[in-house]
Design a protein around this ligand. Structure first.
Ligand code: FAD
Length: 117
């Protein structure tokens, strides 16, 4: 069903954007509370994500690749990696994880340049 596929893709794009932006703004040196919060957020996200097929697959991915919360770089590289796992499964191009920090800006911090897109 084309309509449903379009809606599912739009939800996916919005969700990935939020997830990568959270990870790109995650502290460089998180406290144990911040680490627990990120981990809990990701596991709960995998349970409440409204596309059931996507959620089930993402939960399996989390078992294989547990969220990395030790630093901003670790977390954002982890996010890029799991998104690439989904890309591979769906036959999409693999994203270059080197420029992930530049791509995801929140527009919420002094001195942060606006995102290009
Ligand atoms: P998206 O994959 O949505 O990516 C959006 C943009 O992010 C890209 O245009 C690119 O600029 C950037 N990007 C791409 N790869 C990366 C990366 N590795 N790291 C950082 N940025 C990147 N759809 C299904 O049909 N079946 C599923 O099982 C499924 N599971 C999903 C699980 C989760 C947790 C989520 C969030 C989405 C899932 N989706 C699934 C949706 C799917 O991943 C896409 O979001 C959707 O198909 C739209 O794809 P897109 O080509 O527009 O780009």
């Amino acid at each position: 069903h084309l309509g449903n596929e379009t809606i599912k893709a739009e939800l996916g794009r919005a969700s990935w954007k939020l997830l990568h932006t959270i990870l790109a703004r995650y502290p460089e040196k998180p406290t144990s509370e911040e680490r627990e919060a990120l981990s809990a957020y990701i596991y709960l996200f995998s349970r409440v994500y409204p596309c059931g097929e996507c959620a089930a697959h993402f939960q399996k991915l989390l078992k294989q690749f547990p969220p990395q919360t030790s630093s901003r770089v670790a977390a954002s590289q982890w996010g890029c990696h799991v998104h690439n796992q989904v890309n591979a499964r769906l036959g999409k191009d693999i994203f270059d994880c080197n420029d992930i920090a530049e791509k995801y800006k929140c527009g919420c911090e002094d001195g942060e340049e606006p995102a290009a897109d």
